[in-house]
Design a binder for this molecule. Structure first.
Ligand SMILES: Cc1ncc(C[n+]2csc(CCOP(=O)(O)OP(=O)(O)O)c2C)c(N)n1
Ligand SMILES: [Mg+2]
Length: 164
């Protein structure tokens, strides 16, 4: 998301300030109801999904709103895990998430789902989910649980670099 280009006002929303998890999914549904002709994409972590993901049932219920819900699935509260690794000498505690099968969840709601586990499938998978789906679509994007996002690494190094 650090690299996301935004070209026009009021086309990108995030819960700036408190960065509250669970914002993206209901916000995307609201955006689509307000602007049915717009292409709407929500991005969320897997832990954030656990907070409000059930609202995808609302998107299905409201007549199959075409919204792509992209879940970055690293089976972890990745940011917290990273902080634990930096602050506590690699010791990680309770920062995993339960490895839910998001496509089975989608199936139970009669909602489309695309599982993306290889970065070479990312572009075509997202394209199908965002533009070709007839209603809500979940993209379950597998992310390496040990990957370190580069901008975050820079921030952590600046703050905690000496304590590693
Ligand atoms: C409502 C709320 N509770 C707790 C937090 C603290 N918090 C910040 S990041 C994070 C974990 C996020 O995990 P995930 O959504 O899977 O994203 P990832 O870091 O793995 O990409 C938590 C609990 C928050 N920002 N908002
Ligand atoms: Mg995560």
């Amino acid at each position: 998301m650090f690299e996301l280009p935004v070209y026009r006002p009021r086309t990108y929303f995030n819960p700036a300030g408190f960065t509250s998890l669970g914002f993206a999914i209901p916000a995307a549904i609201g955006a689509k109801v307000a602007r049915p002709d717009a292409t709407v994409v929500a991005t969320t972590g897997d832990a954030a999904f656990f907070m409000t993901g059930m609202e995808i049932a609302t998107a299905a219920e409201l007549g199959g709103l075409r919204i792509a819900f992209v879940i970055f699935n690293d089976r972890a509260q990745g940011v917290l895990k990273l902080q634990q690794r930096f602050l506590y000498g690699g010791k990680v505690y309770a920062s995993h998430t339960y490895p839910m099968d998001f496509c089975k969840f989608a199936e139970s709601l009669n909602v489309g789902c695309i599982r993306i586990s290889d970065k070479r499938e990312l572009e075509s998978g997202l394209e199908r989910c965002i533009y070709k789906s007839s209603g809500p679509c979940i993209a379950d994007v597998f992310v390496n649980p040990d990957a370190v996002p580069i901008p975050i690494t820079r921030q952590l190094m600046a703050i905690f670099g000496r304590r590693q």
